[in-house]
Design a protein around this ligand. Structure first.
Ligand code: MSP
Length: 678
């Protein structure tokens, strides 16, 4: 029963141009965990996901396959729904942009925005590839040629409808100022602000060179161009703008504005600039939050089958189970940041946290209750001495306070921290076994009551763990509850804050929750799996660092956004051994003087104090910093880099700077100069 109000959460609607990969799964798993968590703590949740099915790219893929676009997307959508069903993704609605309810409502929305005076007919200009009948923007061209067929392109124009996005620039900046939590993380907000400040152009919202889309109501020759069609899914699924049709307006009134749109970082701009502008034009309230998450990237930057990365979520699930995959995705990566996916990280995570910590705890406890107590434990009598009271309390106190800590982390979408907190309790419980030595108690009949107490406490702790992990891994939660004999079928979050809700337990040992995996064998098996034919082709899978899957184009926004992305994600270099890293001698240095170097536009000449020694170091940073602002900075120096001559001056060592591809920043230390960094 809901007591806390309504909560509306969405994922992006995915392009069904090919099967989804582990990156899409990541976003959906986070949304699902949040939806389940919110339901459990008492919200009435609406969780929406779906597919974004129109556009030139899909039309082309379908043509290549000799089927109609609808037939093509139907096949992929079945696959997607099947994946979500296997993972028991708890969405409340799945919207397809080809749903009649959506198409009809998008046309009405178009008319509403038109009535607000925000749509006009203009001319869209771009590079046209005649054989492909496609328009491309500057950034999409490859070596100045069509990115699809490699043939020459020519400048061309077509009539199209535009949305007056520029009109809303100030209102959006004001939105960021007045409601900073509208867009998080903060770094994205700063990027968007900078983007708007460069000047916002109006947005082309229709096309006439292909027809796989929703017809512009004013003009049968044009179809609505993707982002107006796509973004509006968040409200058409709630029944906006009409009532009736089985979905009543009540749903819209109940859940809109959305609490959070969860989106990948490359589509933050559409959600935090175009979407609020459209809503403002319609006179609707704005979503409370747009939250941009990072990407899962693949080892060495580029995904390649030969590297043995299996990124088809179905295959990972078949081998390790839904909960292991979900746990790994939620625990391994930090929300908002990019993370590297490797098979090895996944196997290690499963072994360490799931097999060793959680799996072992359950099997040890259940085995001991069966062995020493005939499968039964009951509420303990009061323990005799202070030492045991303290010991038991240290477990109980941690157990009953963990739920609040988890809530705190979930409030800020820190899934990894929430799970970390639960694993502190699991580790504490394992340690409690080592401290209380039940096998020793079992040998002494006089310690029978103490043995019951110890085992009861452990079962209680497992009951609490089963509640806490429920939003993240409900299969395992159910299995734990079954094995320890929890009587209540319903998982109640607040029961995690109460010690001793059940006075007796009858445990029944079951299968091992997470059998330990042999790393070498698994890596080999995954590599073999990767070579099997139904693995997604390279073009279907996660974009590697610096590589964004070709999205539908947004001429007005895309160039700067592409630049921002290119600047932000630099390909990771290959792994190095610790021995390689250990060769570096890093020291803290203080810049005590800084001067330009004659005849050089790039170099600055620094005197850097490192403890007793002062060095001269030349750095190519004159484009980023004035000499004055450098003096007094505490920096990190690669102290054993071989001296080099630059412009006739010897430079001894190198100062480290942050480099986002566009500009440099300081990497500062706040310890005394001369200290070593390791
Ligand atoms: N159809 C648009 C979204 C419209 S929402 C109104 C779209 N679709 S997409 O299929 O290309 O991407 C959907 C989401 O998947 C994006 O948020 C994107 O960031 C995410 N991911 C795609 N690859 C990813 C990773 N490798 N890692 C994490 N998320 C990734 O854009």
């Amino acid at each position: 029963m809901s007591t806390k109000g309504n909560y509306y959460i969405t994922t992006p609607i995915y392009y069904p141009s090919s099967n989804l990969h582990i990156g899409h799964t990541y976003c959906t798993v986070m949304a699902d965990a949040m939806a389940r968590f919110k339901r459990l703590v008492g919200y009435d949740v609406m969780f929406l996901t779906g597919t974004d099915e129109h556009g030139q790219k899909i039309q082309k893929v379908a043509e290549e396959q000799g089927v109609s676009p609808k037939e093509y997307v139907d096949g992929i959508v079945d696959w997607v729904k099947n994946l979500w069903a296997t993972m028991e993704i708890s969405y409340d609605d799945f919207i397809r942009t080809t749903d009649d309810r959506h198409e009809r409502r998008v046309q009405e929305i178009f008319m509403k925005i038109n009535e607000a005076g925000d749509i006009y007919k203009g001319v869209y200009e771009g590079w046209y590839c005649t054989p492909c009948e496609s328009f491309w923007t500057d950034v999409q061209l490859v070596d100045g040629k069509c990115p699809d067929c490699g043939r020459p392109v020519e400048k061309a124009k077509e009539e199209a409808y535009f949305f007056k996005l520029s009109k809303y620039a100030d209102a959006i900046l004001k939105l960021y100022d007045e409601h900073p939590d509208f867009l998080e993380p903060e770094s994205r907000r700063n990027e968007m602000r900078a983007f708007i400040n460069q000047g916002l152009e109006d947005l082309c919202i229709s096309r006439s060179t292909f027809d796989w889309g929703i017809k512009v109501p004013l003009d049968e020759k044009q179809v609505i161009y993707v982002w107006l069609d796509a973004l509006t899914n968040y409200i058409t699924a709630l029944g906006y703008p009409e009532a009736g049709d089985g979905i009543d307006q009540e749903k819209f009134d109940k859940y809109w504005p959305a609490d959070v749109h969860l989106v990948g970082k490359e589509i933050v701009r559409f959600h935090s600039i175009i979407w609020p502008a459209m809503l403002m034009s319609m006179g609707l309230p704005l979503p409370k939050k747009v939250l941009g998450h990072g990407w899962l990237l693949l080892d060495g930057g580029k995904m390649s089958k030969s590297k043995g990365n299996v990124v088809d979520p179905q295959k990972l699930i078949e081998r390790y189970g839904v909960d292991a995959l979900k746990y790994f995705l939620l625990r391994e990566y930090t929300f908002g940041q990019d993370g590297l996916y490797t098979n090895e990280t996944m196997i290690n995570r499963i072994n360490a946290d799931l097999a060793n910590d959680l799996g072992n705890l359950l099997s040890r406890v259940v085995s001991m209750v069966e062995k020493y107590q005939g499968g039964h434990v009951h509420t303990p009598e009061l323990p005799a001495d202070e030492a045991t009271i303290n010991l038991d309390h240290s477990l109980k106190d941690l157990a009953v306070f963990t739920a609040k800590k988890v809530e705190g982390h979930m409030d800020v979408f820190a899934f990894n921290r929430a799970l970390e907190e639960i694993w502190v309790l699991i580790a504490r419980s394992n340690k409690y076994i080592d401290e209380t030595l039940p096998w020793a108690l079992g040998k002494d009949p006089e310690k029978a009551e103490r043995l019951n107490t110890v085992l009861y406490n452990l079962v209680e702790s497992l009951r609490i763990v089963s509640i806490l992990i429920y939003p993240f891994m409900h299969y395992s939660a159910d299995e734990i509850r079954k094995q320890i004999g929890v009587q209540d079928d319903e998982v109640v979050w607040t029961d995690a804050e109460i010690w001793g809700t059940q006075t007796e337990y009858n445990v029944v040992k079951g299968d091992s929750l997470f059998p330990r995996l042999d790393l070498a064998k698994e890596l080999e098996a995954l590599e073999a799996l990767n070579k099997t034919p139904d693995v997604a082709e390279e073009s279907d899978i996660a974009p590697s660092l610096g590589e964004v899957e070709a999205q539908e184009e947004i001429p007005e926004l895309e160039k700067a956004a592409e630049e921002a992305i290119a600047a932000e994600v630099k390909p990771l270099k290959p792994w190095i051994d610790y021995e390689d890293f250990d060769k570096l001698d890093l020291r803290v240095g203080k810049i005590i003087s800084a001067e330009p170097v004659r005849k050089s536009k790039k170099l600055l000449h620094f005197e850097v104090k490192m403890g007793a020694e002062t060095r001269q170091i030349l750095s190519g940073v004159a484009g980023s910093f004035t000499p004055e602002e450098c003096i007094g900075k505490s920096v990190i120096v690669v102290a054993n880099l071989k001296p080099r001559n630059m412009m006739g001056v010897e430079s001894k060592g190198m100062i480290l700077f942050a480099d986002n591809g566009a500009k440099l920043g300081w990497v500062e230390a706040d310890v005394a100069d001369g200290e070593s960094v390791s």
